[in-house]
Structure formats: structure tokens, C-alpha cells
Design a protein around this ligand. Structure first.
Ligand code: HOZ
Length: 442
């Protein structure tokens, strides 16, 4: 694939627009997942043809430096040759057995070595399944019903979690979701992210007559990525850990985005906090549909067929997905990858900050490792309410200016951008050149 970025004038997308019109005839909204429809920024989505390293190529022949990375999995860049080879080798032996394989055993061993809090792990096919199942086992283990999530956090689209949800629900401004019954969300409690007093209050308010907590689980994204990137305040994760421990509540890290991205062992390694259960997705499948949940053996042993909590899946532990994920995690064993990701992301974000400042454009750039978001606001962004106060119209103009200059950012203010190991210094300089021009027009 050519590494040439097209000039703005050349970056038109008639074929994408034609495909979008056709797609809308037979696919709801023309897309298979809502954020992709560009409702958050306006205009027609880009239809892609191929990808390699840090670059995407669309159906009109335009090339883009990619900061979406398939929403997180492509930490090594697109079409990594070793990952492709592993998938094609696995495919020669059959695409799915619906029965155990040696590959799954080796993968489970690797995951339990790599993720600090993981004694046992169960493979599933999507992040939604991982969080839904983790909550079910937390309820089965504790015998309690209530769960707590943060406003603006997104943990997939299971009914009980579509309350004050981030990601696509935030992009479309949907506070709740039609089709989800009151019964399904009755036991879901929400608190503002990073609000110490609010979580204390929820624990104080939900106790039985004998004083026991009614809360089965607290589920969090240790660094929120679905309201844009919003890190935890110092001490917040520690506070949640000790509160859940005191109350016999299962503490769940949804590391679908942060797992193997923020450190070799995920956010829990980076922040040195041990959750009881961890949900994994995205990188764990190496770009194929795979996810997992795991943690303390005494909790995981409640799952069928050992225990009474039922959970199953025909494609769980799929050999192609496991081959891709295993190869990617082996490649990520090299800590120098994380060192460079940190360095390059920090450089990109501090230069973007400098450019905004030079143009007198109020902006906050939140960054943790290779996850970041630019919010057009003059106030710190520490919660979903803060994120919602940023200038989304300006974000949309910035997004389109960058797109026209060959830089593909997440098409929503409420999604994190991701850097990959394949982004070269030249990619970063081109991105900054584009940003300088676009910011000048805002
Ligand atoms: N909800 C995903 C990111 N937070 C995006 C899904 C997609 O469009 O692929």
C-alpha cells in the first residue's frame, strides 16, 4: 500500500457515499454498529478496503493515518504478518470445532500468567458477553442483585448495562434504550465517575436490615474510554478497591479497551490494583471476535459445569481467534513496545496541546499511555458531565478537517483514540502538520 496521504482536494469519497446509500437499504442506518454511521460528526462514513500498519485505504483509493485501530485491537498495526500467518495456519485445520482444543489451554495459561489478578479464565466472543457474564457470576457468587456502574461508562449492550451508557449511546444522546424493560435495569445503580462521595453514598444506602451490602458488583473501566478518555483521579481506584473489599462486593475491571494496551498486564498492572474479575476483549482476540472474563478461582468456579452459574457459546475459544490473540500477546511480551507507545503518544498529545494553545483554542487532551481524547473545553474533563460540556460542534469540524487531510480519528467526541506500534515518527509529524492547518481554520 502506498504511504502517500492524499491532498485535501483529492480526498473525496464518491464510492463511500454510494455504498452508504446502498447499505441503508438493507442494513439499519447503513452500519453494523451505530458510531460508525458518523452521526456524531455528520457526513457519510468512510468505507474501507484494506489496511496495513498505521494506514487505512478507503474504497475511493484515499489513504489515512489511523487512530481508531478497529476501536482498540490493532495495537501492533493492521495486518501484522505474524498474526496473519497464525490465523491462516489455524484455518487450514478447520475454522471451529465446538469442542476443546490444546490451543485454548495454552492461551488460558498465557492469560493467567499475564493478567496479575487472573487465576482462571473463560473465553467468549465479544466484550458484551464478557461483562454480562462477569456480572452474572458476581451475582451468583454473592447472592446479591444490585450492580454499580459509572455514568458515561460503556460495558457493552447487555440490557442491565444500558443505563447512562457511553460510546454509541452517548454519541447519539440516548439516555436509555427502547426495548430495555424497567425490570432489567432496576438493580443497576449509577454514580458519576471519579466522585468519591457518590460511591460512598450508594454503598451506605443499599444495605439489608441486618446491615449487609446489597451490592453484588462494582464494574468500571479503569480508564474510561467510552466517554472519550477520562482517567481515574489519584486514589479513586484504591478507594473503590477498599470499599468493595469491606462490603464483600465483587470488583470488576472492564479491561476490554485497556487490557494489554496500558501495560503488558493491562490497567491493573499499570495502577497496581487487583480486581476480583477482569473482562477482556479487543486485543485479546488479535482483531478477530474473541473476548474473555476471569479472575479469582473461588468466583470463577461458580460457572457451569463446575458451579450453578450458566454461560455458554458455540464459538467460544474459536481456534482462529485464539491463534490471533495468542500471537498478538506473545508479540506484546516485549516491554519496549509499551515504552515507545508511551513516548510517542505523550509527544503527540503535548504537541497537540501546544498547537491549540498557540491558536488560543481552549482544549483539554486526556491521555493515558496510547489512549487519548481531545476535548474542546477550558475545564478539566474528569467525568461524563465534564465531557458533555465540551464543544462537540468544534470537535466535528476538527474531525472533518483531519479526515480531509488523511487522518482518521474516532468519529465521536465520546470515544478514545488509539495509537499503535506501527505509527512512525513521520506519521506523527504528518498528523501534527494536519492539526496545525485544521486548528487554524476553527
Ligand atoms: N462501541 C465501540 C467502541 N467503543 C465501537 C463499536 C464499533 O463501531 O465498532
Amino acid at each position: 500500500m502506498s504511504e502517500q496521504s492524499p491532498s485535501p482536494a483529492a480526498n473525496s469519497r464518491p464510492r463511500s457515499s454510494e455504498l452508504f446509500a446502498r447499505a441503508k437499504q438493507h442494513i439499519p442506518g447503513g452500519v453494523n454498529s451505530p458510531v460508525r454511521a458518523f452521526k456524531g460528526v455528520g457526513g457519510d462514513p468512510v468505507f474501507f478496503q484494506s489496511a496495513s500498519g498505521s494506514r487505512l485505504r478507503d474504497v475511493d483509493g484515499n489513504s489515512y493515518i489511523d487512530y481508531v485501530g478497529s476501536w482498540g485491537p490493532m495495537i501492533l498495526g493492521h495486518a501484522h504478518p505474524q498474526v496473519l500467518a497464525a490465523v491462516s495456519e489455524a484455518a487450514q485445520n478447520g475454522c471451529s470445532f465446538g469442542a476443546p482444543t490444546e490451543r485454548e489451554v495454552r492461551f488460558a495459561e498465557l492469560l493467567c500468567r499475564r493478567v496479575p489478578s487472573m487465576d482462571k479464565v473463560r473465553m467468549v466472543s465479544s466484550g458484551t458477553e464478557a461483562t454480562m457474564s462477569a456480572l452474572r457470576v458476581a451475582r451468583g457468587f454473592t447472592g446479591r442483585a444490585k450492580i454499580v456502574k459509572s455514568d458515561g461508562a460503556y460495558h457493552g449492550h447487555a440490557d442491565s448495562l444500558l443505563v447512562a451508557a457511553g460510546s454509541g449511546a452517548a454519541t447519539l444522546g440516548l439516555p436509555g434504550t427502547a426495548g430495555v424493560t424497567e425490570g432489567a435495569t432496576r438493580d443497576t445503580l449509577t454514580v458519576p465517575w471519579n466522585d468519591f462521595a457518590a460511591i460512598d453514598r450508594v454503598f451506605a444506602e443499599h444495605r439489608t436490615a441486618s446491615g449487609h451490602s446489597e451490592i453484588a458488583a462494582v464494574i468500571i473501566e479503569p480508564v474510561c474510554g467510552n466517554m472519550g478518555c477520562v482517567p481515574p483521579l489519584p486514589g479513586y481506584l484504591e478507594h473503590l478497591r477498599s470499599l468493595t473489599e469491606q462490603n464483600g462486593t465483587v470488583f470488576i475491571f472492564d479491561e476490554v479497551m485497556t487490557g494489554f494496551r496500558l501495560a503488558r498486564g493491562g490497567a491493573q498492572q499499570r495502577f497496581a490494583i487487583r480486581p476480583d474479575l477482569t473482562c477482556l476483549g479487543k486485543i485479546v482476540g488479535g482483531g478477530l471476535p474473541a473476548a474473555a472474563y476471569g479472575g479469582r478461582a473461588d468466583i470463577m468456579d461458580k460457572i457451569a459445569p463446575v458451579g450453578p452459574v450458566y454461560q455458554a457459546g458455540t464459538l467460544s475459544g474459536n481456534p482462529l481467534a485464539v491463534a490471533a490473540g495468542h500471537t498478538m500477546l506473545e508479540l506484546l511480551d516485549d516491554s519496549s513496545i509499551y515504552d515507545r507507545l508511551e513516548l510517542v503518544s505523550t509527544h503527540l498529545c503535548s504537541e497537540l496541546r501546544r498547537l491549540c494553545h498557540a491558536q488560543n483554542i481552549p482544549a483539554v487532551i486526556n491521555q493515558v499511555g496510547s489512549m487519548f481524547t481531545l476535548f474542546f473545553t477550558d475545564q478539566p474533563v474528569r467525568s461524563y458531565d465534564d465531557a458533555k460540556r465540551s464543544d462537540t460542534g468544534r470537535f466535528a469540524r476538527f474531525f472533518h478537517g483531519m479526515l480531509a487531510r488523511g487522518v482518521y480519528l474516532p468519529p465521536s467526541q465520546f470515544e478514545a483514540a488509539f495509537l499503535s506500534a506501527a505509527h512512525s515518527d513521520e506519521d506523527i509529524e504528518k498528523t501534527l502538520d494536519a492539526a496545525r492547518e485544521v486548528l487554524g481554520t476553527l
